[in-house]
Design a binder for this molecule. Structure first.
Ligand code: HEC
Length: 148
């Protein structure tokens, strides 16, 4: 099999797995993978801006990805998955699910505002302010719901 066929076969195996009841540990893996991606998008944006790199301005792409991830993030915390696996997610999430969802939505909205500013060609000071708002939304959730 060539690489593409192997990738397709692997995808098919994973798709078949979706039909079964999900393993609680897999929710933890998923949370970490999505949050790791969010962290990567954030770092890419900040690095390009701070260092003034001569690469295309992909702020809107990264910010839109973050918004999409944060919109569905709370779904990765179903009942029965508190304290599962090796995680930094605090049990307080399940006791305060409405607030956790609100903080995720707030982050998604901050990311959308950043994407909109980047798409409209806003100046660096406005982009920087929107990036700062997004960073505050990350921190606002981590402070309450992620252990160090
Ligand atoms: C609604 C709450 C919430 C928001 C908003 C949020 N996070 Fe998180 N984040 C978490 C939780 C909970 C964890 C711990 C996940 C775990 O260990 O299972 C986490 C973990 C992480 C991690 C570690 C991932 C790993 O490899 O284990 C990174 C990096 C991260 N977040 C970056 C960000 C950035 C950057 C933002 C903002 C753009 C953000 N987060 C917004 C709740 C949030």
């Amino acid at each position: 099999m060539n690489k593409t066929m192997i990738a397709l076969a692997t995808a098919a195996v994973f798709a078949a797995g979706l039909a079964q009841a999900a393993d609680p540990d897999a929710y933890v893996d998923y949370r970490k993978a999505t949050m790791g991606a969010v962290g990567g998008h954030m770092k890419a944006m900040a690095t390009r801006m701070k260092a003034g790199l001569d690469v295309p301005d992909d702020t809107a792409l990264h910010a839109t990805a973050i918004a999409g991830i944060l919109e569905s993030f709370p779904a990765a915390f179903p009942e029965g998955t508190a304290g599962v696996g090796k995680t930094k997610a605090k049990d307080a999430i399940w006791a305060n699910m409405d607030d956790f969802k609100a903080k995720s939505t707030k982050g998604a909205e901050a990311a959308k505002a950043l994407a909109a500013a980047a798409e409209s060609g806003a100046d660096m000071s406005e982009i920087g302010a929107k990036l700062g708002d997004l960073g505050k939304a990350c921190k606002g959730c981590h402070e309450d719901y992620k252990s160090k």
